[in-house]
Structures are given as structure tokens and as C-alpha cells.
Design a binder for this molecule. Structure first.
Ligand SMILES: Cc1cc2nc3c(=O)[nH]c(=O)nc-3n(C[C@H](O)[C@H](O)[C@H](O)COP(=O)(O)O)c2cc1C
Ligand code: SF4
Length: 477
């Protein structure tokens, strides 16, 4: 509560917001965060339930369950919603959140599709097994070494001889895509239309997302968020780098076509009384990528097509990811665009609120187009004053905090109760993201101190390495 000229006013942050078929009791939002708590089958394990139960105890207005796969493919311990047998487990998850938040928190699940990626190979393995030799490679080898011996070699001889070349010479022999395969690991793109399953994505994805959304509804979620952000399939369709020539790439409108068709299929599957939102990028933050101009139009088109919220993120792309170690896969949150997505003290000095201008510009464009669709802003929000200012000044309609809520799931309630001095404040050094990168159970560095003082307590669940507590310390209001 604030005292204004003697009268008591409730901060906007703690006032309800109604949109679509939904009423949020506050404008606080916990965006999707993958905690690597599922299993190889992609199930809602007891650890997944405990993770979301802990967030629900903080009673945010909305909580978005991590990126959850719509396609029934092996994807490590990533949650899945790709078949009906996942519904009972997800129902336990929605029941758990409802009970822990005393019915106050509305629950979404983020629906994701992603393309295949392989680990960075050993150089010798790639040259001997994966390199598809073509005549132009022989010609380039002759030009670079000044010798015509390459023309007469068998493939095996050529591969061995190429391996003996200085690395920089070998790179000059390869085309851009081959260099990437060797240096970063092989990765599919939406533009690989020579592959039948990539060409067919516009035919296959709408039904996959629609079926997943139907399951989300059956499992008791209040809505779904279509993941059109970061490095994943729908975001890659939206990207300015999408040059497909089949009507699903090239122009801005063509790039938006598949995400809009997915949205239409989802809406048909779930009906009008179930919330469907999107997460998109205000800026891809890579060379040649989409910018705020694209994002403004996308958000407006999504609003016109009936999405009920637009959550704005930034960056998180493969294109500028750091080179992985041999045997590891590239990770989209490691390069400059990754830092734009999860800004740190190191990357930004002060990361607080850095991505709000994108949400603001998108919101203004959507409003100018005549739509009141709520816009969710995120990125370094960790103080109530900052959250309240973002709402009051029209940056966004809902305030999302990922890492701050990870550091202290109760921080919203502490702020609401006027006990902000008790908030465990995120230090934005991305220890959590480092764990995420290695697909290790995500925890917060700030919890570990408590583990030391709690050493010996029987009930504390710990990470697989036994060194970290799996959940934020409890708090009694
Ligand atoms: C461990 C971790 C996992 C994340 N997983 C997802 C995800 O599954 N989907 C998504 O859209 N964003 C994901 N994010 C990004 C956050 O939702 C958020 O946009 C980003 O961290 C910036 O907000 P913040 O400064 O409040 O942390 C993740 C972030 C972290 C730290
Ligand atoms: S590990 Fe660090 S960056 Fe991540 S939530 Fe905790 S304090 Fe914030």
C-alpha cells in the first residue's frame, strides 16, 4: 500500500488485471525457466512438482511452466506435452500449483518446438566420417597448397592428407556451413528445405501445437504460451534470416505466416475461453536479425489474430553462440545475443530493466493499432519500484521477473507486505544460467549459504552432486 495525500492506494503491481477469459490477482509474472528437473521421458517428476510448488508459494499473478516439447522426440530431461500419457502428470502439476498458491496464481505452459542439433565433433571424426567430399574441395585444396596431387587421391587418402594441413588451411577449403559443422557442431535450420521434414514444417507444426494445447487444457492449465522467441523453430521462422522461398520466409508477412497458422490451429483446438499468448523477441540482437520494427508488426498481427498476451524477450540465438568444447553442443545463451536475453552485471553493468524499451515500443504500436492486448516486460526486474514504474509509465502491463524470482520466490509477497528489505536480491552473475547451459539441475548461488547453516537437516532435497539445495529456502510470512 502507498500513502498518497493521506489516502491509501494499492500499487498497480498488486492490482488485478483482466484479459481474455482470465483475471490475474496481481500483475506479477514468472516467465518460463527450464530447471532440468524432468527425466529422459520428459515427465512431470516429483522434482518438477516441487520446483513449481515453491514458486507458487510466492503467489505471483501468473507462472509460466518451462519450455515444454510438443514433439515426441528424445530431448533429455526437458518436459514434454507431446502425447496424451503426459496429461495425468501435468494435471498433478496444475493441482500442486493451485494448492500452493491458494488458488491465486494462474498457470501457463510454454509450448516449444526445436530443430536438431549435434555436439561439436572431434576434428578427425568429422573429417573422416561426416565431411561430404565434393569436387570443389579438391579444387580448393589444389589452389591453397599449389599442388595438383589432390585430384588423384582416393577419398581416404585425401581425408588423411587434409587432416595433416594447418587448421586454417583446412577451414579455407570448407564452405561456411561445413566450417560451422566442424567448429560448432551440426545444426538444422528452418531454411534447410532440401530435407523433407524441414520443408514440411508448415504442414506438421500447426497440428503438433494444437494437440499440445488441447492436452494443456485437459491437464488444467489456464492457458498456453507459444514459444516464438530465442533459438527455436517458430522464432526462426520469424527471423529476418529466414529466406525460405515457399511463402513461409523472405518478407515480414511471409515469415509470420507459420506462427499465425499455428496460433489459428491452437485457437481452434482450445476454443475461445482458454488463454493463448505468445513470447517473441523485441530484437534478435544478431547481425542481420529481426529488430524492433519486425517485432512491432508481429505483435500487432498476433493481437489481431486473437492472442491474449504478448511476452517480450530479446536475443538468445545460436548464430552468435560461443564455440562449445568438443563433445558439447552450442548453446544459444552464451554469445552477445545470449547476454541480451539474460543480461548480467558483466555484460551490462546495470542490467535492471534494460529490455523494457522494447516492450514499451511494442505496446505503443499495438495500442496505436487499436488493441489492448497486455504486454509482458522482462529483463533485470528485481525491485518493486522498478516494476511499479514500468507499469505506471506504460512500458508494459505485466511485469516478469525470472532470475529474481529464482533467487527469492517470495519476493513479490515480501514487497506486497512492505517487507522488501527481506528480499534476497539477484546478483545477475548467471550462476543459474551456467547450470542450465550444462543441463544440470538449476539452483541459485544465493541459496547455498543457507544450505551450510541447514547442514544436517533430514528433509532437505539436494542436487545430484549432493552439494546444492534443490529449492529456495522456506519463508514464513
Ligand atoms: C535458468 C533459466 C532458464 C530459462 N528458460 C527459459 C525458457 O524455457 N523459456 C524462455 O522463454 N525463457 C527462458 N529463460 C529466460 C527468462 O524467461 C527471462 O526472459 C530472462 O532470464 C530475463 O529475465 P530476468 O532478467 O528476470 O531473469 C530462462 C532463464 C533462466 C535464468
Ligand atoms: S544464481 Fe545468480 S543470477 Fe541466478 S538467480 Fe541466483 S543470484 Fe540471480
Amino acid at each position: 500500500m502507498c500513502l498518497h495525500n493521506g489516502s491509501v492506494t494499492t500499487p498497480l503491481l498488486f492490482q488485478p488485471l483482466t484479459f481474455g477469459s482470465m483475471r490475474l490477482h496481481t500483475r506479477s509474472w514468472v516467465p518460463a525457466m527450464v530447471p532440468w528437473r524432468s527425466n529422459e521421458a520428459g515427465e512431470a517428476t516429483p522434482e518438477v512438482l516441487a520446483w513449481y510448488e515453491r514458486f507458487a508459494q510466492g503467489q505471483p499473478g501468473a507462472l509460466v511452466v518451462e519450455a515444454t516439447g510438443v514433439r515426441d522426440v528424445k530431448s533429455g530431461p526437458l518436459l514434454r506435452i507431446s502425447a496424451d500419457h503426459y496429461v495425468p502428470g501435468l494435471r498433478r502439476l496444475t493441482d500442486t500449483v493451485r494448492a500452493a498458491s491458494q488458488g491465486r496464481t494462474r498457470l501457463f505452459v510454454q509450448l516449444i518446438d526445436f530443430l536438431a542439433i549435434r555436439r561439436r565433433p572431434e576434428k578427425a571424426v568429422w573429417v573422416r566420417r561426416f565431411w561430404q567430399l565434393k569436387s570443389q574441395h579438391r579444387e580448393r585444396l589444389c589452389a591453397i597448397t599449389g599442388s595438383s596431387q589432390w585430384l588423384d587421391m582416393t577419398e581416404t587418402e585425401l581425408r588423411e592428407a587434409a587432416l595433416a594441413l594447418p587448421h586454417t588451411d583446412l577451414l579455407r577449403v570448407l564452405d561456411e556451413r561445413e566450417v560451422e559443422e566442424l567448429e560448432m557442431g551440426w545444426r538444422e535450420r528452418v531454411t534447410d528445405t532440401q530435407q523433407a521434414h524441414i520443408q514440411a514444417l508448415p504442414q506438421t507444426l500447426p497440428a503438433l501445437f494444437a494437440a499440445a494445447a488441447r492436452r494443456a487444457r485437459a491437464a488444467g492449465f489456464d492457458g498456453v504460451e507459444l514459444h516464438c522467441a530465442h533459438a527455436y523453430t517458430l522464432a526462426s521462422f520469424l527471423s529476418r534470416r529466414n529466406e525460405r522461398t515457399d511463402g513461409y520466409g523472405g518478407t515480414r508477412a511471409a515469415r509470420a505466416r507459420l506462427p499465425l497458422e499455428v496460433l489459428a490451429a491452437v485457437r481452434t483446438a482450445v476454443g475461445s475461453d482458454f488463454v493463448v499468448g505468445v513470447r517473441l523477441l523485441g530484437d534478435e540482437a544478431i547481425a542481420g536479425g529481426s529488430t524492433i520494427d519486425d517485432a512491432q508488426d508481429y505483435a500487432l498481427w498476433f493481437a489481431q489474430a486473437g492472442v491474449e498476451f504478448v511476452s517480450v524477450s530479446r536475443g538468445g540465438k545460436f548464430e552468435d553462440a560461443r564455440q562449445p568444447k568438443v563433445g558439447e553442443a552450442a548453446y544459444p545463451y552464451t554469445g552477445p545475443s545470449g547476454h541480451a536475453c539474460m543480461p548480467t552485471i558483466k555484460s551490462h553493468g546495470d542490467p535492471r530493466g534494460v529490455n523494457l524499451p522494447l516492450a514499451r515500443a511494442i505496446r505503443a504500436h499495438v495500442r496505436a493499432g487499436g488493441w489492448q492486448t497486455p504486454i509482458v516486460g522482462a529483463g533485470g526486474i528485481d525491485h518493486m519500484a522498478l516494476a511499479e514504474r514500468a507499469l505506471q509509465t506504460g512500458d508494459c502491463d505485466l511485469v516478469a521477473a525470472a532470475r529474481q524470482t529464482l533467487a527469492d520466490p517470495d519476493w513479490w509477497r515480501k514487497a506486497e507486505l512492505g517487507r522488501e528489505h527481506e528480499v534476497r536480491r539477484c546478483s545477475y552473475t548467471n550462476y543459474c544460467e551456467g547450470l542450465d547451459q550444462r543441463h544440470k539441475q538449476v539452483t541459485c548461488r544465493l541459496w547455498d549459504r543457507d544450505l551450510i547453516t541447514l547442514d544436517g537437516d533430514g528433509g532437505l532435497s539436494r542436487s545430484l552432486d549432493g552439494k546444492r539445495r534443490l529449492l529456495a529456502p522456506p519463508w514464513q510470512p
